[in-house]
Design a protein around this ligand. Structure first.
Ligand code: FES
Length: 164
């Protein structure tokens, strides 16, 4: 369960808003900041605290990809697969990362270091295909110089080596 301090912060935010439910995003963020994800027990607690149904909390959690329902690795690699990135070879990248990490999409490497996820547009379409890790974009993982997209093994390896 989250700490008393975080519970008080959430109550303080909710009590200042005209509708307690409006504190949902801030509260989820605070819970995730403390625990690393938003476990079922905290989802139930939050629903009660904000006077909403558990389904309302689930809906918000599943809409925003920044929220984690399960524990993840130290790093999460997000591979954008929206149209501009899809047209420029994001599936090649995803295949390569799955193979290199030995995991499927949504899974975490056995050493709990890396989670691999698919994202909707990451806001860097002009640099497609885009991969995001933390606050950083990595947009040069494919070699497009010959007109045909190919995974740059060296660049992907360099990225994975950095994530230690
Ligand atoms: S479509 Fe991939 S960053 Fe926008």
């Amino acid at each position: 369960m989250i700490s008393e301090k975080t519970q008080k912060k959430i109550e303080s935010i909710a009590s200042k808003l005209p509708q307690r439910a409006a504190a949902m995003l801030s509260a989820l963020r605070l819970i995730q900041d403390e625990i690393g994800h938003v476990p079922p027990e905290e989802r139930e607690w939050l629903a009660g605290k904000l006077g909403v149904s558990p389904a309302a909390v689930e809906a918000v959690l599943s809409f925003y990809t920044l929220f984690r329902r399960e524990p993840e690795g130290k790093y999460t690699i997000w591979v954008c697969s929206t149209l501009p990135c899809a047209l420029r070879g994001c599936e090649l990248l995803m295949d390569h990362l799955r193979h290199a990490l030995g995991i499927r999409e949504g899974e975490t490497s056995p050493d709990r270091r890396i989670t691999l996820k698919r994202a909707e547009c990451l806001g860097g379409c002009d640099r497609a295909p885009v991969v995001q890790v933390g606050e950083d974009y990595h947009d040069v993982l494919l070699d497009l110089s010959l007109g045909t997209a190919k995974v740059s093994f060296e660049r992907v390896e360099a990225l994975l080596e950095k994530l230690t």
